[in-house]
Design a protein around this ligand. Structure first.
Ligand SMILES: OC[C@H]1O[C@H](O[C@H]2O[C@H](CO)[C@@H](O)[C@H](O)[C@H]2O)[C@H](O)[C@@H](O)[C@@H]1O
Length: 463
C-alpha cells in the first residue's frame, strides 16, 4: 500500500520551479491518496506510525528531512506540498513525528544536527500564532491559535471562497472571511461547527467561520507536549540549560490547560472564545487531546480527571455508536462534524485512554472498545469496497463518511497508519463482529485487515 501512495518529486520541479505547483523536496513522500496527490503536514504523523511498523525507517527519516528543510526555507511546515500552501501550516506534529522515529531508532547525530530546526518550528507557533488570555484570577496565559493573516481566497478553492463571500457588504468583511477560511484550513478541521461563531453559539454556517476568535484546546495541548519533547531531546543531548528552559515552558502550558481549557463542572477541556471570554461548551473530539499529550495536571489529580472525563463521554452519548466516536454531535453537513469519524482523532483518544490504563481502571477497557469499533468499521468497509477511506460514518459500520467540500477519498495514509498501530496494540484480542469471538480465532480480523492493507496498493486501482 505504501508503494501506491509513495511519490518522488521530479528534479524538473527543482530545476524549473515556476512551471510547477509542487514544492520540491529531495526525499520520497507518502501522500494521503485520492485527490490528495501531495504530502500533507499533520497526516504524516499517522502515516509515519504505519511506516515505522512496516520497517520503513529510511522513508521516515527522509520525510523528516523534507519537513526540516521546509522549516529552514519557510520558517514553518506548510499545510501541504504545494507552493500555494506555503502561507499557512497545519497542526504542528513535526516534533512528535521526530520522537516517533527516535523511539524506534535513536540517532544522536540526527538529533544534534536538527535540534535547532525543531526548536524553530516550535517558536513559529509560540511567536507567530500567540495571543494572551486572562484567567478568572487575572493571571495572564500565552496561548496559540490557528491564524493566517492572508486576506484572499484559498488558492486551491478560489471559486468556492469567492462565491461564499459575494453576499458580504464590504471588502473588509470579505477579506476577513478569507482569513477565517484559511485559518480553518490551518487547523486541519476544514470545516466544522467548531469554528462557527454566531451569537456566541456554534449554530451557524460557513459564513460564520471565525477561527481567529477561538483558542483551540488541541493546538495548545499539542504545543505543551512539543515543549516536553524538546526538553527530553535537550536532555539527551546534554544541553541542560535548554532542557530547563523547556521544562519551564511545558509547565506553564500544563498550568494553562487546567486554568483556561479545563471545565471543572463538565469534566472536560473545551476551546476558549476570546470575545465571549468563556469556554465553548460543545462536544468535539479535540476536547480529548490532553489525554494523548499527557498535559493534564499533576499525577495526584489524574485519576479524578479521568473519572470525570469518562463520565462526561457517557453523559454526552458519544460512546454509543458502533462505528467509533463521532467528531462532534452537530449534524451540519461539514466533514469535521457528525456523523463523521476520522482516524487521527480516534487514535488520539484511544492512545490517550490506553496511556491512562494505570491511572483509572475503566480507561483501558474503553480504549480497547473504541479500537475494536474502529478496526471493525475499517474492515467491513474494506471488505465491501476494497478501499480504506479518509473518514467513516459512525452510524453505519463500514460506511465511508461524507459531507464537506469534496467526495470522500480512498487511500488513505492516516487511516492505514492508525489501523496498523491499533492492530499492533490490540490485534491479539480483536474479533470481527459482536458475539463471535468463540467462533473465529481472534487473530483472524487482525490478519485479514493487515493482509488487506498490504495488498491495497494493487486492489485500490480498481476502485
Ligand atoms: O481542498 C480542500 C482542503 O483539503 C485539505 O483538507 C483535508 O484533507 C487533508 C489531507 O488529508 C487533511 O489534512 C485535512 O485535515 C482535511 O480537512 C487541505 O488540507 C486543506 O487545506 C484544503 O483547503
Amino acid at each position: 500500500m505504501w508503494k501506491k501512495l509513495g511519490r518522488k518529486i521530479s528534479t524538473t520541479v527543482k530545476d524549473d520551479p515556476e512551471k510547477h505547483s509542487q514544492i520540491y523536496v529531495p526525499n520520497p513522500v507518502i501522500v494521503p491518496g485520492g485527490r490528495f496527490r501531495e504530502f500533507y503536514y499533520w497526516d504524516s504523523y499517522w502515516t509515519i506510525e504505519g511506516l515505522l511498523l512496516s520497517g520503513m525507517n529510511q522513508t521516515v527519516k527522509g520525510m523528516l528531512e523534507n519537513f526540516l528543510m521546509m522549516v529552514k526555507d519557510y520558517g514553518m511546515v506548510p499545510n501541504g506540498g504545494r507552493i500555494y500552501y506555503t502561507r499557512r501550516s497545519q497542526p504542528p506534529y513535526l516534533i512528535p513525528m521526530f520522537k516517533l522515529y527516535m523511539d524506534h531508532h535513536f540517532d544522536q547525530d540526527f538529533l544534534r544536527d536538527n535540534i535547532e530546526l525543531l526548536e524553530k518550528e516550535f517558536l513559529f507557533w509560540h511567536n507567530e500564532r500567540q495571543v494572551k488570555v486572562q484567567d478568572r484570577k487575572g493571571m495572564t496565559h500565552h496561548v496559540a491559535q490557528y491564524r493566517v493573516n492572508v486576506s484572499d481566497p484559498r488558492p486551491e478553492s478560489y471559486r468556492e471562497d469567492y462565491a461564499l463571500a459575494q453576499d458580504l457588504a464590504t471588502e473588509e468583511e470579505k477579506q476577513q472571511l478569507y482569513v477565517e477560511l484559511k485559518s480553518g484550513a490551518e487547523s486541519g478541521w476544514d470545516y466544522s461547527t467548531r469554528w462557527f461563531v454566531n451569537n456566541e453559539t456554534n449554530n451557524g454556517t460557513m459564513k460564520d467561520t471565525n477561527v481567529t476568535s477561538i483558542v483551540p484546546v488541541d493546538l495548545n495541548s499539542l504545543l505543551c507536549v512539543n515543549a516536553q519533547t524538546l526538553s527530553y531531546f535537550y536532555n539527551r543531548l546534554g544541553m541542560h540549560d535548554k532542557k530547563r528552559e523547556y521544562d519551564r515552558i511545558a509547565e506553564e502550558k500544563n498550568i494553562t490547560m487546567s486554568k483556561i481549557f479545563w471545565d471543572q463542572t463538565d469534566g472536560v477541556w473545551y476551546d476558549y472564545d476570546l470575545n465571549a471570554k468563556s469556554r465553548r461548551r460543545y462536544f468535539y473530539m479535540s476536547n480529548l487531546h490532553p489525554i494523548w499529550s499527557g498535559c493534564y495536571g499533576p499525577e495526584g489529580s489524574r485519576a479524578r480527571t479521568m473519572e470525570k472525563l469518562i463520565k462526561y463521554l457517557n453523559n454526552k452519548g458519544v460512546l454509543k455508536y458502533d462505528g467509533g466516536m463521532p467528531t462532534s454531535l452537530e449534524d451540519s453537513g461539514q466533514q469535521w462534524d457528525f456523523p463523521n469519524a476520522w482516524a487521527p482523532l480516534q487514535h488520539l483518544a484511544i492512545m490517550g485512554l490506553y496511556e491512562a490504563r494505570n491511572i483509572h481502571h475503566a480507561a483501558e477497557e474503553l480504549s480497547f472498545e473504541l479500537a475494536e469499533k474502529w478496526i471493525r468499521t475499517n474492515w467491513k468497509g474494506y471488505q465491501e469496497l476494497h478501499a480504506m477511506f479518509e473518514k467513516y460514518n459512525v452510524t453505519v459500520v463500514g460506511k465511508a463518511g461524507g459531507g464537506g467540500e469534496y467526495e470522500v477519498q480512498p487511500g488513505f495514509g492516516w487511516s492505514n497508519g492508525v489501523a496498523m498501530r491499533l492492530l499492533e496494540l490490540f490485534g491479539d484480542r480483536l474479533t470481527p463482529t459482536e458475539g463471535n469471538s468463540a467462533a473465529s480465532p481472534t487473530l483472524s480480523l487482525a490478519l485479514g485487515l493487515l493482509m488487506g492493507l498490504l495488498s491495497l496498493g494493487v486492489r485500490s486501482q480498481f476502485f
